[in-house]
Design a protein. Sequence first.
Length: 458
Amino acid sequence: MGYRTVDLTRRHFLSATGLALSAVPFQALGLRAGTNIRRTTSGFSQDVTAGYGPLQPTQDETTGLPLLHLPTGFRYLSFGWAGDPLNDDSETPGSHDGMAAFQTSNGLTRLIRNHELRSGTSFSNNTVYDPNAGGGTTTIEFDPVRGVTTGAWASLAGTAVNCAGGPTPWGSWLTCEETVAGPGGDNNYQKPHGYIFEVPLEGTATALPLRAMGRFVHEAVAVDPTTGIIYETEDRPLAGLYRFIPAQADRLMLGGKLEILSLTGVPKADLRTDQQVNVWHPVTWLPIDDPDPSSIEVNSIFLQGADSGGATFARLEGAWYGEGRIFIVSTDGGEAEAGQIWEYDPTGNRLRLVFESPSFDVLDMPDNLCVSPRGGLILCEDGSNQSFVRGLTMDGTIFPFAKNNVVLNGEQNGFEGDFREREFAGATFSPDGRWLFFNAQSPGISFAVTGPWARGPL
């Protein structure tokens, strides 16, 4: 079958994923670690004045609890807690992770959200892939005018370790399994795992794995709406950056070809450390001959690519398309092992490092990311310190936007504990750009934040 690419209407894709066409393009970011970051006696600290000002405890409009610290003028509500009832009488599972927002025909925002659960039985009897796997996705409807949720349901169940994923230009969510376990094993899986599944905006998924997209420890995907090519990240200490060229962009079950990135003229390049910002590297793409091997080890796909000259990254996690570029997070890349942000230019077929964290105080192991409608990046932290949602501006300034302050004593669904060091995930803007959604993975909470965005860079 011949492979083709299609024009997927960039305007529709940007609207569906909350990216305004007026967003400032990232053609020449020049992001530099240290720009507008002040050195202190303990290392580095962010310039909070570059964002929206200092953070302060802010009450959740749902529970009345100060679950987040936000800048003055911003408000938020929590929703979709683990344990909340779904429309099909099942309960919302926990471990909230990757997420995207879409516009519906009736003016509502529809969120499709991952649940990074490994073990246990399927949380729903609908659209089940493996009854012995606890992960999947839920879909939530949100009214951006009234600021309330209007419904939620299980849209895919029986998958495992659904970490991140990405929206497609044709109006669906690609959810990624971050494990290659099964069949059998400690969790007694009935099916093999390590695949990508497609979840439609309406209704529920078919629960069929997209095998041609590869079986490996997936994290996120980002789709170029001009070509339909899908870029895939891998969350392993030795990781590759892959792209999938579909036979037909909006019919992924028809198959395609999987490839790994390699630096042109530098086979087997190691990009984990000793990298300079703002240096463009021309790249080539090498075929993965067997994307779904019958016998698989945890790094089977990477070894195929590395043996042929593929580049090595450190733990690739978040990926997001914005204004013609693909942005990719290396969670513990860099000299400080605190994180890198990479940018791939599909038109020029080139890659560069745009930011490297010099210290865990500056950026502590970023995970999910998204592009703001007004320019800049939103970064969710997954470090060992108290977690933040950070902003990264066009000139390289990094600043805190939200701080995790989740401490519970049974007030909501019986949860108790100090969750302030647990990760944030799933950042995504509503299509109108007014609401920023993100998740606290533990105990499992979704947040919707709104406020004076025009006052700052996000």
